[in-house]
Ligand binder design. Structure first.
Ligand code: URP
Ligand code: ZN
Ligand code: ZN
Length: 465
């Protein structure tokens, strides 16, 4: 088995910052060697002098090649996982989507067929339940056996993915019986649809209306409702892509009552804002759901605070990229036709590094917690993923904390024609990435392979009270 020594760097995990060398054998970390340890015989030495060595990052929310209205998200598993690797992410959790009238097991098998053999990094799945019926519930038993231990439901998008309160409760009852976790897209879809219809009827069709018709109160209301349903049924609930301060407060209050309620936010809700939609049709580049919010209302501040104080546990991306030309432009005359979603998978870990290194939003250890360790624990992958320790997968990102880079669509690796973070200068640069002991990014080149990534059978949530 091939042996690699990462020498001279500082290992940063969620709990420690330690000057030590990392010995990799095959796919695993086999030793962390302190200063006076004899140097082992190895096949390769990576010089990590003045570098920080992080666990490969874990993005618990991506959408490669998913349909949204008339468009399909541009990154395939092949392009999206390579872009993730460039940014130090070595695990993604994506979503098979059961659409109304379709087989749930069929959607799992189709997504597996797309991802297997096409992913540069390891991947798992959360199952989207888009049509709650007896057959779907029977199929959930089958996907659970395949290591899918979390399921996403929507109180948004009526007629597409939407579930009624009774349907949500029914799947939660099923989950509470086996300890799996329910992911919720929490927005009040039917009230939002009313506002959308009214906006279109009065000719308010520009991208800004997308945000104006999805007020923060309707995100807070839906979060409140699904947390109460989780309390009624006993299922753990994880609210995805939180943009509103009301939801942070709902989760904090639920956790204070001892409820297994968890929250995820995404870099776009921290660094981007409502005004970006207010620039004519260019605003379509920033259309996602829930929408970007107004910092003057305190949403961004509440999200940063929630990530620091533990009210929110995870930073993911909700990566769902659509080209501006040809895809976002489907909604040029009507914002309701703009495919929802932003390209983020490459920049989540670099943005969080920047938040820790340059902005001192939180410590580097807390940064590792929210971007790697907590998602790994939340979704039953720890300590195989999310840390650097003897026996864990050798998923590693080596960072030069003194280097800087500028985000641009000209240089990014996502298969999409714009960047929503265009021109942002970041402190800290991911230089070298390993996935299960294989070098996949080195010397400004992707050196991995399209078929290296393996499907991850996951355990249950490890963060339950
Ligand atoms: O705008 C978004 N969030 N697109 C992706 C689909 C979803 O709701 O997660
Ligand atoms: Zn969603
Ligand atoms: Zn999503």
């Amino acid at each position: 088995m091939s042996r690699t020594l990462i020498k001279g760097g500082t290992v940063v995990t969620a709990s420690e910052t330690v000057r030590c060398d990392v010995l990799i054998e095959g796919e695993k970390v086999v030793a962390l060697l302190g200063g006076d340890a004899p140097e082992p015989t190895v096949d390769r030495v990576i010089d990590a002098t003045d570098r920080l060595i992080f666990p490969g990052s874990v993005d618990a929310h991506t959408h490669m090649e998913i349909p949204f209205g008339a468009a399909t998200s541009k990154d395939t598993f092949e392009t999206g996982t390579q872009a993730a690797a460039w940014g130090g992410t070595t695990t993604i959790i994506d979503f098979p989507i059961q659409m109304k009238g379709e087989s749930l097991m069929g959607s799992f098998e189709d997504t597996m067929a797309k991802a297997a053999g096409s992913s540069a990094i390891d991947f798992g799945f959360h199952q989207i339940v888009g049509d709650v019926n007896e057959q779907s519930l029977a199929d959930l038993d089958l996907v659970l056996e395949e290591g899918v231990t979390s399921y996403k439901l929507f109180t948004a998008y009526p007629g597409v993915y939407y579930s009624t309160d009774a349907e949500v409760a029914k799947v939660m009852q099923w989950a509470s019986g086996n300890g799996s976790t329910i992911l919720m897209h929490a927005e009040n879809g039917s009230a939002i649809d009313l506002l959308r219809e009214q906006a279109v009827a009065r000719g308010d069709t520009a991208p800004y209306a997308h945000a104006a018709t999805r007020p923060a109160a309707l995100e807070g209301e839906a979060a409140h409702r699904v947390i109460l349903l989780a309390e009624m049924t006993g299922a753990p609930v994880y609210i995805v892509h939180i943009s509103a301060k009301q939801v942070v407060a709902e989760i904090a209050a639920a956790r204070a009552r001892g409820t297994n309620a968890f929250g995820e936010t995404c870099p776009q809700y921290l660094y981007l804002e409502l005004a970006m939609l207010d620039q004519g049709f260019e605003g379509a580049k920033y259309v996602c759901s829930p929408p970007l919010r107004d910092p003057a209302e305190g949403h961004q501040a509440a999200l940063w605070q929630g990530l620091s104080n533990g009210a929110l546990q995870v930073i993911a991306t909700d990566h769902c990229p659509f080209d501006f030309e040809g895809q976002k432009t489907l909604g040029r005359d009507d914002f309701t036709q703009i495919p929802n979603g932003l390209p983020v998978v490459e920049h989540r870990f670099p943005l969080m590094l920047h938040a820790a290194l340059a902005e001192q939003r939180f410590s580097l250890n807390r940064m590792v917690e929210i971007s790697a360790a907590a998602p790994a624990k939340m979704f039953g992958l720890y300590p195989q993923k999310g840390t650097i320790a003897v026996g864990c997968d050798a998923d590693i990102a080596i960072v030069d904390p003194a280097a800087t880079s500028v985000i641009s669509a000209e240089t990014h690796h996502m298969n999409v024609d714009y960047s929503c973070f265009e021109g942002m200068e970041l402190t800290g640069k991911v230089e070298t990435v390993f996935s299960r002991g294989q070098l996949i990014v080195s010397d400004d080149r992707f050196v991995g392979s399209k078929s290296h990534g393996r499907y991850l059978r996951r355990g249950l949530n490890q963060l339950l009270f």
